[in-house]
Design a protein around this ligand. Structure first.
Ligand code: IPM
Ligand code: MG
Length: 359
């Protein structure tokens, strides 16, 4: 098969980790007879520096006209101040998500047995293991409601609108129930229905779906309780579905339970096969350019791309298995090195080479 991938390396460690994922994709292409054509587009701070905007219209078009998008990370302190808020690196990310219709963000959070030692939870908290899927709504809610700053009674006020329509809730709900059917058949829908109207509507729509998907076990859970239960007993969860901002917060929390946010991939899906794939961590400017970042989150994101956008299941399995083997043999980037014995510390590019060598 021939597939066109738009590659957004981004800022900070973005270029280093994406290079390793591309290496792995080329290895897969060679082995299974696929050609991955790459189109490179600047997004984030690197685009602000070159063009004055976080993504150009031409760049955005290239993201729309391809088979899928691979992203490293965007942003950094250089563009935190002195940049017009409407042109911040993050704006480009939100624009791409919205313009490509990427409403469903899948964030698998899995404990690699080999990395148990790196988890901040004591054995008791992770005794049931940890393998959950966060399904985060990505193009609605408070991120995309009206944002405004205004004067009232002689002082400045600001507000952000949390806004959802039934169809937006229903389509993300369906993704969650369908995902659960292929996994542990359990959905927890996270909301704040004891306070927010948008959550009351969320819950009503989810209940309707729960009746339709009666083979899936369904529970409502409040967001604050979810934050606690994730620490107390994360093994109770299979699929968690939630709105945009709750999902942003809970997915960072959940990822840390696995030992390192550096391991976590994500897929942002539309109603078609076009998707964007990126690690959930940020651009880590403090370690950029040192060849010490963990490329596994990006490599596993490339595996998700093969699985979800290209339907290359065997190829995706091969990448995931290769990562597993490399970890079993004790190879670690610094973020996951922990204090275990028999560990070999490796650089970002060495980790990419090791994964390739197992394919
Ligand atoms: C994420 C990030 C983004 C988000 C930022 C960079 C806008 O935190 O993908 O989780 O809040 O969605
Ligand atoms: Mg986030």
């Amino acid at each position: 098969m021939k597939k066109k991938i738009t590659v957004l390396k981004g800022d900070g460690i973005g270029p280093e980790i994406v290079d390793e994922a591309l290496k792995v994709l080329d290895k897969i292409g060679g082995k299974y007879g696929h050609t991955f054509e790459k189109v490179f587009v600047d997004m984030g701070g690197c685009s602000i520096d070159k063009y004055g905007v976080p993504i150009t219209d031409e760049g955005l078009e290239k993201c729309k006209n391809c088979d899928s998008v691979l992203l490293g990370a965007v942003g950094g302190p250089k563009w935190d101040t002195g940049v017009d808020p409407s042109k911040r690196p993050e704006k480009a990310l939100l624009k791409v998500r919205s313009e490509l219709g990427l409403f469903a963000n899948l964030r698998p959070t899995k404990m690699f047995n080999q990395l148990k030692g790196a988890s901040p939870l004591k054995e008791t908290g992770i005794k049931d293991g940890l393998d959950l899927m966060i399904v985060r709504e990505l193009t609605g809610g408070i991120y995309f409601g009206e944002h405004k700053t205004f004067e009232v009674d002689g002082e400045t006020a600001a507000s952000d609108l949390m806004y959802y329509t039934e169809h937006e809730i229903e389509r993300i709900g369906r993704v969650a129930f369908e995902t659960a059917r292929k996994r542990g058949k359990k959905v927890h829908s996270v909301d704040k229905a004891n306070v927010l109207d948008s959550s009351k509507l969320w819950r009503k729509v989810m209940h309707r779906l729960a009746e339709e998907y009666s083979d899936v076990e369904y529970s409502d859970i409040l967001v604050d309780n979810t934050a606690m239960q994730l620490i107390r007993n994360p093994g109770q969860f299979d699929v968690i579905v939630t709105e945009n901002m709750f999902g942003d917060i809970l997915s960072d929390e959940a990822s840390m339970l696995t030992g390192s946010i550096g391991m976590m991939p994500s897929a942002s899906l539309s109603s078609g096969t076009l998707g964007m794939y990126e690690p959930i961590h940020g651009s880590a400017p403090d370690i950029a350019g040192q060849n010490i970042a963990n490329p596994l989150g990006t490599i596993l994101s490339a595996a998700m791309m093969l699985r979800y956008s290209f339907d290359m299941i065997e190829e995706a399995d091969a990448i995931e298995k290769a990562v597993d083997e490399v970890l079993t043999e004790g190879y670690r980037t610094v973020d996951i090195a922990g204090k275990d014995e028999g560990i070999t510390k490796v650089s970002c590019s060495e980790m990419g080479d090791l994964v390739c060598s197992k394919i």
